[in-house]
Design a protein around this ligand. Structure first.
Ligand code: CO
Length: 503
């Protein structure tokens, strides 16, 4: 990471990761990125966020791109600017915990392919779940950025966030990011958190937010006033709305401010022109609802993507008329589950449980994932889980509550993964092992698609193949890959869709 020698604020650019993850369902292809790489690299951003989050899953699943190939291509095109990735701690880029040896191998392979800055978070803000990744990044000689996930609750005072910041510095993080995945941090709260962190820690402080509820740019302005070192911006049309505030917009907002940085506007304009074409190409995956300010997110204090998913789920359950009731149940569920932040996957788990509580009576139907949270299988919750709710989860699931770090219960897996790859006659290097660990089915489908593409065609078609996007899918406001879970409730089967929102 570049040292902040002047007092100017530094912009990191997210257009190659969060920008299209938030506004185009993570569907930007590597080839659509290539034309802007040299311009992006010339601007002198603090970092380019190029990988991680949902890009690995979506790239493999929908675009049939091997994740490390994309990283290689982007690194080659932007050799001057540090690369940054979003890592979900012990979940790597998935939703469940992986053993330490897999986390370590993933970080080492990412570093080998050019990743410089690892931005590492845990959905529960359990620092134990990010320590292995932090250690691995440092061992690889790279930058470990620890994350504080912002969430509003009676438990989450400014002081609590500051305590976590001190803890992150103590475990060896090189910087701290206040990550507001839902765009809900009010500007003055961001001001107080940043100011407090700057007083208590020596490492740089970064703020990452989204414009979903219209607070993003003012929040950055307040954070800059409070002394934040860096903020994340994107480039329109993959900016604003559910994405990060646009770079040009932030420059104008800061005009004449002593901390206003300098990024070449004609270059930004050139990038914007190319991205406008790409945005149109991705029209199957974009949606007006993602582009406008969502004031419901403010009213209900939940991530915007969660709201739209939720309306669909209530409709499926024929519970549209109970929307308000279900939303009033969300804080009840959160409190019982130790005031967990609402970020993938906890936002969906809390939402589903609130719906079940309203439909069947409080805790009459306990969703398996919610029970796992109550029992400690996701990690330590910010506040203690309600004792009765924990006992109930243990009784129904017949699982013992745990207080250890969940990954401590997992055995090393790299050897077994390699063996599985050999059996399928796939490459068995560490890159494939870590991808296979998280996405076994998607990896197999990737090779099947590749094999099919390599088969000789019986007839030669003379018309040039259009570079068409994959067949249309209904645009989804939440943005990312959808996972289906089957729930059995009183003998009835329910399909629950869990969708990656944005991070
Ligand atoms: Co984000």
């Amino acid at each position: 990471m570049k040292a902040n020698v002047s007092n100017k604020v530094i912009f990191n650019n997210t257009v190659l990761r969060d920008g299209h993850q938030s506004l185009a369902a993570t569907r930007m292809r590597t080839e659509q990125m290539l034309p802007i790489l040299s311009d992006l690299d010339s601007l002198g951003f603090g970092a380019l966020e190029t990988w991680g989050g949902a890009t690995i899953d979506a790239g493999l699943r929908f675009l049939k791109e091997f994740p490390f190939d994309r990283l290689d291509a982007l690194k080659k095109g932007t050799p001057k600017t540090p690369h940054m990735m979003l890592l979900r701690g012990q979940n790597i880029v998935q939703y469940s915990n992986f053993p330490d040896d897999v986390v370590e191998a993933f970080v080492h392979m990412s570093a080998k392919h050019g990743m410089d800055i690892f931005r590492i978070f845990d959905a529960l803000n359990d620092v134990r779940n990010i320590e292995t990744a932090v250690r691995a990044a440092k061992a690889a000689g790279k930058h470990a950025q620890g994350v504080i996930c912002y969430t509003a609750s009676p438990f989450h005072t400014v002081e609590k966030f500051l305590e976590m910041g001190v803890e992150l510095e103590a475990i060896g993080c090189d910087s701290i990011c206040l990550k507001d995945m839902a765009g809900l941090v009010p500007p003055y709260v961001a001001f107080r958190i940043v100011k407090g962190l700057k007083e208590r820690v020596k490492i740089p402080v970064i703020v990452h937010t989204h414009e979903t509820a219209g607070l993003g740019a003012p929040t950055y302005y307040a954070a800059i006033e409070a002394g934040v070192d860096q903020v994340d911006t994107s480039i329109v049309p993959f900016a604003n709305g559910t994405g990060q505030p646009d770079t040009v917009r932030m420059l104008s907002l800061l005009e004449d401010h002593p901390r206003c940085p300098s990024y070449d506007r004609p270059t930004l304009q050139r990038i914007r022109e190319h991205l406008t074409t790409v945005y149109k190409e991705l029209s199957n995956f974009t949606s007006v609802t993602n582009e406008v300010v969502d004031s419901d997110a403010l009213t209900y204090q939940v991530p915007g993507g969660m709201l739209s998913n939720f309306r669909n789920q209530l409709k499926d359950q024929k519970m549209e008329d109970r929307f308000e009731e279900v939303f009033r149940e969300i804080p009840v569920v959160r409190e019982a589950l130790g005031w967990i932040p609402l970020v993938t996957p906890t936002s969906q788990i809390v939402g589903v449980q609130a719906m079940l509580n309203v439909k069947f009576g409080r805790w009459k139907n306990f969703a398996p994932q919610a029970m796992d949270i109550a029992l400690g299988y996701y990690g330590q919750t910010p506040a203690p889980v309600d004792k009765e709710v924990r006992a109930l989860a243990a009784k129904i699931s017949k699982k013992d509550p745990i207080d250890v770090r969940p990954a401590d219960l997992l055995k090393p897996r790299m050897d077994a993964l390699r063996e599985e790859l050999r059996k399928q006659e796939f490459p068995d290097d560490d890159e494939h092992c870590v991808i296979h660990a998280m996405f076994p089915q998607e990896l197999r489908q990737y090779y099947e698609a590749k094999k099919k593409a390599a088969e000789p065609k019986e007839t030669v078609v003379a018309t040039p193949a259009p570079a068409a996007p994959p067949p249309p899918a209904a645009p989804r406001a939440g943005g990312g890959p959808v996972k289906r879970f089957a729930l059995q409730i009183e003998g009835n089967d329910y399909a629950v869709e869990v969708e990656e929102i944005r991070q």
